[in-house]
Design a protein around this ligand. Structure first.
Ligand SMILES: [Mn+2]
Length: 448
């Protein structure tokens, strides 16, 4: 796999790490960022390095670099903030491991910019981090599943794995670390009773059932599916009999078709053969990590990825509960309040103001896009970050690069933002919301 990149690059990274006295690792709060942080932290731990980890919503200020650390490693961020790095690069070394569009590119003897900049979805920060961790410390090949989380979390996976992501997947299959099967991709597939998983499934909207546990129980009884098995244990989606699963899937498809939703409900499930329970499903990992990130429980996410599962998992269960409740509330709000959700042509607009948390607005948009009968293809959402600023979040199902669209708009308005092919974001002053939306729509037109 290293053949993707010149070996000198790995030697240089190794040298930077070896020569560092103390290291600051900065990473992004989403699933890709946390798994990257987990991989690089594991590497630094094995190398006996002195290091600190900080997880950020966004890298927006070079103050983050004003520390005594002589090496700063940045994962899942940094390429879009090279101007900030430039301010400090004479005094300390930087390694940037990222897959976002680069801005203000420059070269320097103190900077390693590890981002192939191929402008596509064939690698993530976590796949690049895995490549580095396993090349510099072969025993870390056991963390190969973490290398794929970025692809899942950053929606690179929806059209199948490609490029480096695919190479890692094939290697993991070959090592029998994982296998792929078809099923209902709903959070709680292995860890929750069927009725709970169905009721809280916003990944696949089930009309008449989503958001309502008793309706889910009713549905199962209509289909003659017992809630418990013969030993009195709750059945899960993963343990349903084949004929039960068939009945359930058929019913879900009928309900969706009656509501003009697509019938495409089965997708690939990535099963980790060496893990138990919730950790045996790679997509559940990405939901767990996202919840940790969105709820500010960063260290739990990083510790989970570093292998401290017994400690972190019970605490993450609580985080997930709160996170799910937030999602349910926000979904109810967008579906009932027309001042929040608006559709113009193929663009869904959420004006979340202070009603939807800036950390989940992107997730809400993604779920709406995935489950819309109204044929929206792109989502843009605004939510309050603080008293002066709004977080902008974007997702698209179309085949153009939304990160570039955002980058253009942001350059015009002189604010911070960008992203990658299917998702992106920005931070803007509140009084620029209208201008932003107008420019965004104009820019989008050019790609339609
Ligand atoms: Mn990422």
């Amino acid at each position: 796999m290293e053949s993707f990149f010149p070996p000198e690059l790995f030697n240089r990274i190794s040298k930077f790490i070896e020569e560092a006295g103390s290291i600051l690792l900065l990473s992004h709060l989403d699933a890709d960022g946390l798994s990257s942080a987990g991989l690089i932290s594991s590497l630094l731990l094995r190398k006996n390095k002195n290091f600190t980890v900080r997880i950020l919503k966004q890298l927006e200020d070079s103050k983050e670099f004003e520390t005594s650390n002589d090496l700063i490693i940045i994962t899942d961020m940094g390429s879009g903030q090279l101007n900030l790095v430039r301010e400090h690069v004479n005094n300390k070394r930087f390694i940037i491991i990222d897959h976002h569009q680069d801005q203000n590119y420059f070269e320097h003897e103190n900077l390693i910019h590890f981002n192939p900049c191929l402008n596509d979805d064939s690698y993530s920060a976590s796949s690049l981090s895995y490549l580095i961790a396993s090349s510099l410390e072969p025993s870390l090949e056991e963390l190969i599943h973490l290398g794929l989380i970025g692809a899942v979390g950053d929606m690179q996976y929806k059209k199948g794995f490609k490029g480096l992501n695919l190479e890692i997947l094939e290697k993991a299959e070959e090592k029998k670390v994982l296998s792929i099967l078809k099923g209902l991709d709903i959070f709680g597939r292995v860890s929750k009773p069927v009725h709970e998983a169905l009721a809280y499934s916003f990944e696949i909207l089930i009309p008449g059932v989503s958001g309502n546990e008793s309706s889910a129980i009713e549905l199962l009884s209509e289909l003659n599916i017992d809630l418990k098995n013969s030993e009195g244990k709750w059945k899960t989606l993963a343990t349903l009999e084949e004929n039960e699963m068939k009945k359930l899937v058929t019913n879900i498809i009928m309900r969706r078709l009656a509501n003009k939703l697509d019938s495409n409900v089965l997708s690939d499930i990535i099963v980790l053969n060496n893990k138990q329970g919730v950790l045996s499903d790679l997509k559940e990992w990405s939901v767990l990590l996202n919840a940790c990130g969105r709820q500010g429980a960063y260290s739990l996410g990083v510790l989970l990825c570093m292998g401290f599962e017994d400690y972190s998992l019970p605490l993450i269960e609580k985080v997930i509960k709160d996170y799910k409740r937030l999602i349910v509330e926000a979904m109810n709000l967008v579906q009932s309040d027309s001042s929040v959700l608006n559709q113009e042509g193929s663009v869904l607009i959420i004006n979340g103001r202070d009603k939807i948390k800036d950390t989940i607005i992107g997730t809400i948009g993604g779920m709406l896009l995935k489950n819309n009968g109204s044929k929206a293809e792109t989502f843009i959402g605004f939510a309050e970050r603080d008293s002066d600023n709004l977080k902008v979040s974007c997702r698209t199902l179309k085949d153009y690069n939304i990160g570039e669209v955002l980058k253009t708009v942001c350059e015009e308005l002189e604010c911070l933002g960008g992203g990658h092919k299917f998702a992106g974001g920005a931070l803007i002053p509140k009084n620029k919301q209208e201008d932003f939306l107008k420019l965004f729509k104009n820019e989008l037109e050019k790609h339609l």
